[in-house]
Design a protein around this ligand. Structure first.
Ligand SMILES: NC(=O)c1ccc[n+]([C@@H]2O[C@H](COP(=O)([O-])OP(=O)(O)OC[C@H]3O[C@@H](n4cnc5c(N)ncnc54)[C@H](OP(=O)(O)O)[C@@H]3O)[C@@H](O)[C@H]2O)c1
Length: 292
């Protein structure tokens, strides 16, 4: 199983590379290998590759800067994945792409299912939604929407909060934003495990299409941070709840965007772990690597 992976240094990219040994060979392209702002380079990389599946883990993920740089966001998050899907269609290769809960407006009273209407509130969400639509034109495409990704790798909320909690006396955390954390290492394991199924399947198989992938349960940003920080015996900070409005970030966020994973469970037989033990395990591993 050879996987051509766009993205080498990002959080999910690194988790996939860690999950692969003995199961799949990953050929991971960094920005220097292939800049996603150049659609022709993306197409050329796929047409030249000796691979069984293409996976896109790269994206313009800077939610606030995207407000001021919409062209770059749309180029990387919509045009590039569209070019990847088209090149995969040319070669009859399966293509797996990652999207986000930020395609929703967050005005919901229940977890979102795949068929719910997407109404993004910010440029990042709009660019990711345009990417989904372009990708799903390929009959062997898979789009996994994920949310609040954490892992031992890269920049992520859990590692960031653990570090801040060692540096500060008081840590203000948003308590009025709700969602489902996603264990990036469980995601990586799922992607590597499912790759042979996607490679063997024909167009029209239910394992292609749009899916939600997240841990089980729902929480607030505050309780998500607290679950991690409570694991660190050397934490200094006292956590104080605050509101999204108090942070006054340039990009509005959906207030409530939990993802329902029922379709994923039915089609792949995958049972997501509750979010709390997954966060605690990751926090323990990160803390073990911190200076004493
Ligand atoms: N993290 C989350 O909480 C979250 C939530 C929902 C969905 N997602 C989705 O999950 C996927 C993976 O996210 P992640 O957390 O792994 O992101 P990440 O850690 O921010 O990594 C993004 C990667 O994309 C690369 N990239 C950005 N612009 C590029 C360009 N023009 N050309 C080539 N590479 C480029 C970056 O390269 P450089 O290192 O060179 O900048 C980086 O390696 C993305 O599709 C994201 O939208 C993430």
């Amino acid at each position: 199983m050879r996987i051509l992976q766009f993205g080498r240094t990002g959080q999910v990219a690194t988790a996939v590379q860690a999950a692969a040994p003995g199961r799949a060979e990953i050929v991971a392209l960094s920005r220097a290998d292939c800049d996603l702002e150049i659609s022709e380079a993306v197409r050329a990389a796929i047409l030249a590759a000796d691979c069984d599946l293409v996976l896109n883990t790269a994206a313009f993920t800077h939610v606030d800067p995207a407000e001021a740089r919409p062209e770059e966001a749309f180029s990387v998050n919509a045009a590039a994945p569209g070019a990847m899907a088209a090149a995969c269609a040319e070669r009859d290769l399966p293509f797996v792409h990652l999207s986000t809960d930020a395609v929703f407006d967050g005005l919901t009273d229940r977890p979102y299912v795949e068929s719910d209407e997407a109404r993004p509130l910010n440029v990042y969400g709009r660019s990711k939604l345009a990417g989904e639509q372009a990708v799903l034109a390929h009959s062997k495409a898979v789009v996994l929407r994920i949310s609040w990704v954490f892992s031992r790798y890269g920049r992520n909320y859990v590692s960031f909060m653990l570090r801040l909690a060692r540096e500060r006396e008081v840590l203000k955390v948003v308590a009025d934003q709700f969602g489902t954390p996603t264990d990036g290492e469980a995601l990586a394991d799922f992607l590597v495990a499912a790759a042979p199924r996607w490679t063997a399947a024909s167009a029209g198989d239910p394992i292609f299409g749009l899916f939600h992938f997240a841990n089980a349960g729902e929480t607030s940003r505050f309780d998500f941070a607290k679950a991690a920080i409570d694991r660190d015996p050397l934490t200094r900070a006292r956590l104080e709840p605050t509101t999204q409005a108090a942070f006054a970030e340039p990009a509005p966020r959906p207030p409530r965007s939990p993802l329902d994973t029922g379709k994923l469970q039915a089609v792949f037989g995958f049972t997501p772990e509750p979010w709390r033990p997954a966060v605690e395990r990751t926090a323990d591993r990160l803390v073990a690597g911190f200076p004493a």
